[in-house]
Design a protein around this ligand. Structure first.
Ligand SMILES: NC(=O)c1ccc[n+]([C@@H]2O[C@H](COP(=O)([O-])OP(=O)(O)OC[C@H]3O[C@@H](n4cnc5c(N)ncnc54)[C@H](O)[C@@H]3O)[C@@H](O)[C@H]2O)c1
Ligand SMILES: N[C@H](CO)Cc1c[nH]c[nH+]1
Ligand SMILES: [Zn+2]
Length: 436
């Protein structure tokens, strides 16, 4: 069912490029739809959000106010949760919180200053964003885990107001999603989704406040809308349909690898699952596992379409070549399912998240390992990072020049400013030079 590629084939490079890009047809229809939706929301505000939400999520709401959920409703959902789900949710939240608290300290998310040799103080002041919008997907599956992954780092960063949007197809509220919002401390929730939700958060409407930045994953419509509103608001990254790439040396149980490929394929027909291995025999074994296990999967229709249209098994020369091809693909999730996986880790340069060893299924990272599951897709891991506390802060430079510093820096600035022909700059520096 999954196509086979072989790095020794003469057409391998073209075949790989084709595998990685969405069809022109898919892309242009998504882009056209999103352009229209954003224009409509920008022009008609609440009325457009209401109409599009009723249309795409099959609701019968009469106002956008009706689509807001109260904090009491979130708390009620948490209280009513079965004990097993409540414990799992709180344990996951705790692990995600402690990872991001550590990240705040280790990743330059705090202010710093130093004094130079002239007594001038230089530094960086860190401030959290005032108001962020978090997109929680909800079209084909419900994502309480994405509530935690979006909202917890925002709160750890100190964001004042977190506004969540989530579509509720047919008006069905998922209790775990609401409970997760209560656990994570979300401030307001609107049950809207798709490009119209992104537009509402970016432009603001009478009911939905405009935010400073929109973060979070979503389908191809959401990813395209975020790309288009960038500049009016900040965005975190392009986090579109999920991807997994497994590099296997042939020693992992093939059923485990087949299920890891299913785990991302089941998100979306446009999700992508790729397996790289130097053994053709092992690829055949995984194919056999896929045929055996697929009929048991409740979401087999989505998995089958995703594996057939977007998936691939690639026969490579050796593990080192597998790592190099993985770097070209720059996948969202990358598993090194091999003996002594760290020998290959040093060859990996581009991946949203790297899962080491046969016991580390990607799905543990989706829910509860601790690192964020909002990750760059469509090869953007070449230049983007996982969602983190650093996405919810910004930095201002700090400069406090001493009298001696004004003398020293003034001379340098004066020469450079005259060189640029900017006399006002030069005079402002020179006036402060006070040599005795
Ligand atoms: N990269 C990541 O970090 C990450 C994390 C979690 C999930 N995901 C991905 O998020 C996505 C979730 O997708 P989803 O569909 O379940 O939920 P979603 O909330 O992203 O999208 C649902 C919305 O899409 C809009 N939509 C659907 N079809 C449309 C059409 N034909 N025209 C216009 N708008 C349309 C509707 O408004 C609908 O409410 C999946 O692709 C999944 O793989 C990615
Ligand atoms: N794999 C998704 C990120 O691409 C995250 C997720 C949430 N729930 C299950 N999976
Ligand atoms: Zn997943």
């Amino acid at each position: 069912m999954m196509r086979r590629l072989n790095t020794q084939d003469i057409n391998f490079s073209q075949d790989l490029a084709k595998l990685l890009s969405l069809s022109e047809e898919d892309l242009s229809s998504i882009e056209a739809v999103v352009t229209n939706i954003l224009q409509e929301v920008k022009t008609h505000g609440d009325a457009a959000v209401l109409r599009l939400t009723n249309q795409f999520d099959r609701l019968h709401a009469t106002s956008v106010q009706e689509l807001e959920l109260s904090k009491e409703k979130l708390q009620e959902a948490l209280t009513a949760l079965p004990a097993e789900q409540k414990v799992a949710l709180e344990s996951a939240a705790q692990r995600v919180r402690s990872y991001h608290e550590r990240q705040k300290i280790e990743s330059g998310c705090t202010s710093w200053e130093y004094v130079d040799e002239h007594g001038t103080t230089l530094g960086q002041q860190v401030t959290p964003l005032d108001r962020v919008g978090i997109y929680v997907p909800g079209g084909k599956a419900a994502y309480p885990s994405s509530v935690l992954m979006n909202a917890i780092p925002a709160k750890v960063a100190g964001v004042k107001e977190v506004i969540m949007v989530v579509p509720t197809p047919d008006g069905t509220h998922n209790p775990l999603v609401l409970a997760a919002a209560a656990v994570a401390g979300v401030d307001r929730i609107f049950t809207i989704g798709g490009a119209q939700a992104v537009g509402a958060l970016a432009y603001g409407t009478a009911t939905i406040p405009a935010v400073d930045k929109i973060v979070g994953p979503g389908n191809a419509y959401v990813a395209s809308a975020k790309r288009r509103v960038f500049g009016i608001v900040g965005i975190d990254m392009i986090a579109g349909p999920s991807e997994i790439l497994v590099i296997c040396d042939g020693t992992t149980n093939p059923d485990w690898v087949a299920m890891d490929l299913f785990s991302q394929a089941e998100h979306d027909e446009l999700a992508q699952s790729i397996l790289l291995c130097p053994s053709e025999h092992y690829l055949n074994e995984v194919s056999h596992s896929i045929s055996k296990l697929l009929p048991q999967m409740p979401r087999k229709a989505v998995i089958e379409k995703s594996l057939r249209d977007r998936g691939a098994m690639i026969l490579v020369k050796d593990m080192a070549q597998a790592c190099e091809i993985s770097n070209q693909i720059a996948p969202e999730h990358m598993e090194i399912s091999a003996e002594n996986p760290r020998q290959w880790l040093k060859l990996i340069r581009h991946a949203g998240a790297i899962f080491l060893g046969k016991f580390t299924s990607e799905s543990l990272g989706d829910y509860c390992a601790g690192p964020n599951h909002v990750l760059p897709t469509s090869r953007t891991a070449r230049f983007s990072s996982p969602l983190g506390v650093y996405d919810f802060i910004k930095r201002s430079s700090l400069i406090e020049v001493s009298q001696t510093g004004a003398n020293q820096l003034g001379k340098i600035a004066s020469v450079l400013a005259h060189g640029e022909g900017l006399q006002g700059h030069a005079r402002a520096a020179e006036m402060r030079i006070q040599e005795d």
